[in-house]
Design a protein around this ligand. Structure first.
Ligand code: PLP
Length: 376
């Protein structure tokens, strides 16, 4: 049996998504840009999916741009509104899909506080010519929730000509999406984080946003994003989104309780474990993420031992030129390299059970103790 605790990395395809996708390969496989009846059939499926997604996101169908996923949506949101004179800005714990385009364009990177919360006041110091301010809804490593309404208010007040982008890739299963889409001009989503297929996503681009297309050619998506539409991906994403929203209200609190059981269990059996950005009640982080740093433990060794127990988890460290680098997120919140190198992210899904959580508590404890014993 596998214990999958890496849902923040990706999720299993929802059966409803698979069911929606299969006929798109074999039945309505026409190119939706064509002019014959099979093309029109595919286009109708795409239009239906667009309408469903728009309704779930509380935006207009014309505000949905289909992309190849979170990375493309983020790049588009940063590069689309920017020019040599107008530069983007973001915060230093963002996903690399936001940080790298901002850095490539010589944009501004603002700080977060020790809990990973964006310091919204820093927006006051940005130049008036800022093209777009980007702030994620929730951090993919440590789960910190960002004060989107407050950041939006600062952008509106101080930078009336800038766009406001939210990378909501980690949020769809857990957060109120209409609150995010009402505060932002641009919102990134990725289907594989909520039971949809990989390689498909959305950039919500509200009416009036001027974006320079990054992919030109066939003029699909009203000229904003060229390329033959990924019909199976689009219908699979919409089906996964509908299935997620149907269960969301019940699952958010259920998963939070399981996550609290997991985090409390690890803390009880390994008292020196540092629970990252811990606050009473854990309302400051996503309900499905448990993140720890274990002193005197190397993440790679821990992940290896957990894998031997069939537990799939993540270290949230990136491997650059053969050496494990501490995560930029942990560095940004002031963790030392030593502490950051013992990080472990366990991320739960709607499917996680209490028995799985209890098994993981036991095996994490055994593995950490085993690594420490071997070092002595
Ligand atoms: N943004 C965040 C916050 C993410 O967690 C991820 C994926 O891990 C991405 C962007 C990139 O999304 P994709 O894998 O669809 O390119």
């Amino acid at each position: 049996m596998e214990y999958y605790f890496d849902s923040a990395a990706t999720t299993k395809l929802h059966p409803k998504a698979l069911e929606a996708m299969l006929p798109a390969f074999s039945e309505f496989y026409g190119n939706p840009s064509g002019s014959h009846s099979m093309a029109r059939k595919s286009l109708r499926k795409v239009d239906d999916a667009r309408e469903q997604l728009a309704e779930l996101l509380a935006v207009k169908p014309s505000e949905i741009i289909f992309t190849s996923g979170g990375t493309e949506s983020d790049n588009f949101a940063i590069k689309g509104p920017s020019t040599a004179e107008r530069k983007p800005a973001t915060f230093n714990t963002e996903h690399h899909a936001v940080l790298e385009p901002v850095e490539c364009l010589d944009g501004a990177v603002m700080p977060v506080d020790e809990s990973g919360v964006a310091i919204a006041d820093a927006i006051k110091d940005l130049p008036e010519t800022t093209s777009v301010v980007s702030c994620m809804a929730a951090n993919n490593e440590i789960g910190t929730l960002q004060p989107i309404a407050e950041v939006a208010a600062q952008v509106r007040e101080n930078l009336p000509t800038a766009l406001f982008h939210v990378d909501a890739v980690q949020g769809f299963c857990w957060l109120n999406m209409s609150e995010i889409t009402s505060a932002a001009d641009l919102v990134s989503l990725s289907a594989h984080k909520f039971g949809g297929p990989k390689g498909i996503g959305v950039l919500v681009s509200k009416k009036g946003c001027q974006l320079e297309p990054q992919l030109v050619g066939g003029s699909q998506e009203r000229g904003k994003r060229s390329g033959t539409l990924n019909v199976p991906g689009i219908v699979g994403m919409a089906a996964a989104a509908v299935a997620t929203v149907e269960r969301k209200a019940a699952k958010v609190s259920e998963v939070k309780q399981l996550r609290d059981r997991l985090s409390n269990g690890i803390k009880a059996s390994l008292p020196d474990a540092v629970e990252t950005v811990f606050q009473e009640g854990r309302l400051n982080i996503l309900p499905n993420i448990a993140h720890f740093c274990f002193p005197e433990v190397a993440s790679e060794a821990l992940i290896f031992l957990l894998e031997r127990e069939e537990i799939m988890a993540s270290a949230a460290s990136s491997c650059a030129s053969g050496a494990m680098q501490p995560s930029h997120v942990l560095t940004a919140i002031g963790y030392s390299k030593e502490l950051a190198s013992g990080s472990l992210r366990l991320s739960l899904s709607y499917e996680t059970t209490e028995a799985e959580v209890d098994h993981v508590i036991e095996k994490v404890t055994e593995s950490v103790n085993q690594i420490r014993k071997a070092k002595k």
